[in-house]
Design a protein around this ligand. Structure first.
Ligand code: SAM
Length: 249
């Protein structure tokens, strides 16, 4: 957060208490087109980023996973396969429209028995201490107003030996990628949003929120500050996306 009273919403400064409503507006607006937009915007590469994140989580059969800010459930589907029928995945999100879209999609795929749904704010998780083997937040942390509170809450609900995975847009590691990516994000992406999702502003917010997100090393320090150990990160697509991983011991 920027100071006691304001925080950023994309490049705008807004009162802290308003950010959650503004973010909700974005995801209420895009929920119906969210999956198709992900494929279009990333040319399907988001599927690879998600697979890599799940591999790095190294989840085993019988484990309990929290897919936080899980939206329409892409990561839940991948985790569900790994934990099997003796495990459980909780798909949790602050936004009812995203959760509803996700739940309908997972039920249509015949996935239900080991999946639970919860409408929660990542900043104050309503789960018991030490209750998950893995807490994963995919493309969600950037939208949370108080990221430190969310990381603290994620650490609290993690079992000793468990790991936190943060999959998030990050910062390109070389200037050429950065230039091309900036051009794409601010000139092309909002136009795709306008055309497909009829919502240019939400996709401009997406580009801005990515620029405001902490850089790789800073996020690693934030994870260490809440008590996560052996923290490291893995850049993908030249740092456009990074997976951060930390353990609780
Ligand atoms: N994880 C999914 C994926 O990778 O496709 C969805 C990511 S979507 C870009 C971001 C999600 O974060 C939205 O569904 C939004 O509702 C959720 N979100 C935003 N702020 C949140 C908060 N404070 N607590 C929980 N979820 C939040």
């Amino acid at each position: 957060m920027s100071n006691d009273n304001t925080t950023h919403f994309g490049f705008k400064q807004v009162p802290v208490h308003e950010k959650v409503t503004l973010v909700r507006g974005v995801f209420d607006s895009v929920a119906g087109q969210y999956d198709v937009m992900n494929d279009l915007m990333s040319l399907g590469i988001h599927r690879i980023w998600k697979r890599v994140a799940v591999q790095l989580a190294n989840v085993r059969e019988g484990e309990r996973v929290l897919d936080l800010a899980g939206g329409t459930g892409d990561l839940t589907v991948l985790f569900e396969k790994r934990v099997g029928s003796s495990g459980q995945v909780v798909l949790a999100d602050i936004n009812a429209a995203m959760l509803r879209t996700g739940r309908d999609r997972l039920i249509d795929r015949g996935l239900a028995a080991n999946i639970r749904y919860a409408q929660v704010n990542a900043e104050c998780l309503p789960f018991a201490d030490n209750s998950f083997d893995c807490v994963c937040i995919g493309f969600g942390l950037r939208n949370v107003t108080d990221k430190e509170a969310a990381l603290r809450s994620m650490h609290r609900v993690l079992k000793p030996g468990g790991r936190v995975i943060v999959l998030e847009f990050s910062h390109p590691v070389d200037p050429v990628t950065e230039k091309v990516y900036d051009f794409y994000s601010f000139n092309i992406l909002p136009k795709i949003g306008a055309f497909v999702a009829k919502d240019e502003d939400s996709y401009r917010y997406l580009a801005e929120s990515i620029r405001m997100h902490p850089k790789q090393d800073e996020l690693k320090r934030m994870m260490e500050a809440v008590g996560l150990e052996r923290c490291e990160y893995f850049n993908m697509s030249q740092g456009i996306v990074a997976v951060h991983r930390g353990y609780k011991f």
